[in-house]
Design a protein around this ligand. Structure first.
Ligand SMILES: *Cc1c(COP(=O)(O)O)cnc(C)c1O
Length: 383
């Protein structure tokens, strides 16, 4: 591939900060760069307590453990999402209760959530927590989800892995939930090459997560362990990379949003191509620009190619596009879970495509993506 979906983007300041970390002698896991990165994130997002982790998946696992989720519990989560969410629930021994998508944001549908929780309660399997996601950077309808959570007395864990820099009713994604999670994986808005963070205003939950993230070591001169722990902390060297990137966040969001606007301006006229509007309460970082191929076509036009056909055709041109997430209820690993929702998530998977959206994507590369995609969509012979 020559043009990737969302490759790592370096600011140019990483080398100096990593060198500073090396010069300080703090190469072993923790150190002052981790503390400073946690303080930077706290200032950027507004959350009082931040724990830098080895990945967002680790942070999701810790969030669940911090509020006491364990074997036999049920946790509601969106079916249309990245697998890390359901995986983290399974790591605790709990069972995911899969919830369908809603049309405005493609995120977890609040009415399906209410329905699922009520049904689950009646069946004698009460839900213990809600895990919500802002997919592709588009904020979920948080207030509606919060109303459902409050009505049932449930904590909300917010997966903002895609949504650093997005806001919902002027509030930063990453500080909406009782506990929130960010990702700094290589394909996210900012990267530490691999990493994540847990954020919360509840000191006791973050303290518990911190303890569990360092092998649950009890205070003693020797190694004393009263509980099972994990090795989930971020390294000091990687925190330096994150600190170098965070100041560029507004520019990166602006760049990704500009990609979306350019794709929409250039492709909306293709019959059947549909872009999703930003709901009024939401500001999306447009982590990935997505489109759907589902409008009716004229009888004299050939049918639109499928996302999989476009993936192959564009790959031949060296351009990475991808189908949208495959719903968890369609995955062999999670098909056994209860699912409450309609078939929107299935339709999204069957008809949706993500386009190259990295903040380092140049105007010329974007034009090439548009030209190639138009050729694939208009001249199906290419496939
Ligand atoms: C990337 C991603 C994660 C996992 O992040 P890692 O840091 O790679 O563990 C979790 N949830 C969503 C929605 C993601 O896109």
């Amino acid at each position: 591939m020559r043009i990737w979906l969302s490759p790592p983007h370096l600011s140019g300041r990483e080398g100096a900060l990593v060198q500073e970390a090396l010069d300080s002698g703090w190469v072993a896991p923790l150190g002052p760069m981790v503390d400073a990165f946690e303080a930077d994130l706290s200032a950027a997002i507004g959350a009082e307590h931040v724990l830098a982790c080895s990945s967002a998946t680790a942070a999701l696992h810790l969030a669940l453990l911090a509020i006491g989720i364990g074997a036999g519990d049920r946790v509601a989560c969106p079916t249309f999402s990245f697998v890390a969410v359901a995986n983290a629930i399974r790591y605790t021994g709990a069972e995911p209760l899969l919830i369908g998508a809603e049309a405005d944001s493609w995120n977890m549908c609040p009415s399906a959530l209410e329905d699922a929780i009520t049904r689950s309660e009646r069946a004698g399997k009460p839900v213990r927590a809600i895990m919500m996601v802002h997919l592709y950077g588009m904020p979920a309808d948080f207030d509606a989800i919060r109303r459902v959570a409050d009505a049932h007395g449930l904590p909300v864990i917010e997966d903002a892995a895609n949504a650093l820099g997005s806001t919902y009713r002027q509030r930063a994604c990453g500080r909406l939930g009782d506990l929130s999670v960010l990702s700094f994986n290589g394909n996210k808005i900012i990267t530490t090459s691999g990493g994540g963070a847990l954020l919360s205003d509840h000191p006791e939950w973050v303290a518990r997560a911190r303890y569990l993230s360092m092998q649950a070591r009890d205070p003693a001169p020797h190694y004393e362990h009263s509980q099972v722990g994990y090795n989930y902390r971020m390294s000091n060297l990687l925190a330096a990379v994150g600190r170098a990137q965070l100041p560029d966040l507004p520019d990166r969001v602006a760049r990704r949003r500009a990609h979306f606007e350019a794709y929409r301006a250039a492709l909306s006229d293709v019959p059947g191509v549909v872009f999703t509007e930003e709901p009024a309460a939401c500001f999306s970082n447009r982590w990935l620009s997505c489109l759907r191929l589902d409008g009716p076509r004229n009888a004299d036009r050939p049918p639109l190619p499928s996302p999989t056909q476009l993936y192959s055709a564009m790959a031949k041109q060296g351009i990475e596009v991808r189908p949208l997430w495959k719903p968890m209820h369609q995955q062999a690993a999670y098909a056994w879970c209860d699912y409450v929702g309609d078939d929107l998530a299935d339709q999204l998977f069957a008809s949706g495509l993500c386009l190259p959206s990295g903040s380092s994507l140049t105007d010329a590369e974007r034009t090439e993506v548009i030209d190639q995609l138009r050729r694939c969509l208009v001249d199906v012979c290419l496939l």
